[in-house]
Design a protein around this ligand. Structure first.
Ligand code: ADP
Length: 366
């Protein structure tokens, strides 16, 4: 394997093999994957490359505009997103709200075209601490709604050619209208559309924001356009009033409590080889303060322990030589791995307080 290929395979394998008992291992600068798994990995990579080539050809046929073409590589069709609501642990209320508010009107627009009371929602904000599943929810929502998914951040609109941000923004909306139903996911919406920077704000950024708002308003006035702007942020308090108004549904995605951590762990470990009677409750109680993302990292670190043991055994010449005989994971693997993966410290009590206050003032259940 070349180093580049190995890096790709490791990335793919890491996400894939958490749901398998045959884990790849890294020893020094060597990647060890059982042969049959390596073949599967390479096959999958090939499929991905072919799929994305076909897709971009189809999308290229949709537009000749050079600015619109910038967004082709960011579009993911609903059947290729690969995440459903069922893959997300806990957050039942959030999933239900998003289903009613977004997925249903996108799937069954005819139910929302009569009368004045039911109107599809054009702007939703997901806010809460990092790693709580906001991006995951956005992707799953697109799957459930049968909508194309475009993910943008501030840099997709601003870092291109200086001065072109306005044109790019316009192109994003015109291209999206051809991809409807579509969800435009704006991650870290505060950095793209945060409170105006006053005198220090860059002229180009200001113009881009104004263009974004104008295009967005154009969209909001067209009732039957199935396009949703879905923003996510850890810092909703940095958002400007004009943006908050355009995101009328603001949903708090909080840190999981013990019961919800248990649900998330059940999903993360659903396909793992666990000891009989694995004590999910104990693990959930031992992981106070962990986000969904922290829990996932903890599971990955724990899943490596039997692999490392096996490699050690083999080094001592005692192993059977077959890397597929890994012992089941036990609770103690997780307890030991906690020393390596602690809850994210980036979110402190002050920020939590600010979030809570913002939720009370602007949030759905505030
Ligand atoms: P955010 O966007 O809120 O920062 P992400 O959605 O990017 O968080 O979460 C990072 C990763 O953590 C996800 O890809 C997923 O593996 C895991 N994760 C987070 N929350 C959950 C959850 N509720 N259920 C299952 N996995 C989760």
């Amino acid at each position: 394997l070349t180093k580049q290929k190995a890096a790709k395979v490791i990335g793919w394998a890491r996400s894939h093999y958490l749901s398998s008992t045959v884990l790849p291992a890294i020893e020094g600068d060597r990647l060890i994957i059982p042969r049959e798994s390596l073949e599967v990995a390479i096959e999958r990579l090939k499929e991905q490359v072919i799929k994305s080539k076909n897709l971009s050809q189809n999308l290229k046929n949709l537009t000749k505009d050079e600015y619109e073409r910038n967004f082709i590589s960011s579009v993911v069709p609903p059947d290729e997103i690969g995440v459903k609501f069922d893959d997300i642990g806990a957050l039942e209320d959030v999933k239900r709200t998003l289903d009613e508010l977004v997925a249903l009107p996108m799937r069954r627009p005819e139910l929302f075209s009569h009368g004045n009371l039911l109107r599809p929602c054009k702007g939703v904000l997901l806010f809460g601490p990092p790693g709580t599943g906001k991006t995951l929810l956005a992707k799953a929502l697109a799957t459930e709604a049968g909508a194309n998914f475009i993910s943008i951040t501030g840099s997709s609109l601003t870092s291109k050619w200086f001065g072109d941000a306005e044109k790019l923004t316009k192109a994003l909306f015109s291209f999206a209208s051809r991809l409807a139903p579509v969800i435009i996911f704006v991650d870290e919406v505060d950095s793209l559309l945060g409170a105006r920077g006053g005198a220090l704000e860059h002229e180009a950024t200001r113009k881009m924001r104004n263009e974004f708002m104008a295009a967005w308003d154009g969209l909001r006035s067209k009732e039957n356009q199935r396009i949703l702007i879905l923003g996510a942020t850890n810092r909703p308090f940095d958002l400007d009033d004009a943006v908050i108004r355009r995101l009328p549904r603001r949903i708090y995605v909080g840190l999981p409590d013990a019961e919800n951590r248990r649900k998330i762990l059940k999903i993360l470990l659903a396909k793992e080889n666990l000891e009989a009677d694995f004590k999910f409750d104990e693990l959930a109680n031992a992981t106070e303060g962990y986000s969904g993302s922290d829990l996932k990292n903890l599971c990955i670190a724990s899943a490596y322990r039997p692999v490392q043991e096996l490699i050690e055994e083999e080094k001592k010449g005692r192993g059977s030589g077959s890397s597929s005989h890994l012992r089941p994971l036990v609770l103690d693997d997780f307890i030991q791995a906690k020393a390596k993966v602690s809850p994210s410290v980036s979110y402190n009590a002050t920020s939590m307080n600010e979030l809570r206050k913002w939720n009370e003032q602007y949030g759905e259940d505030g």
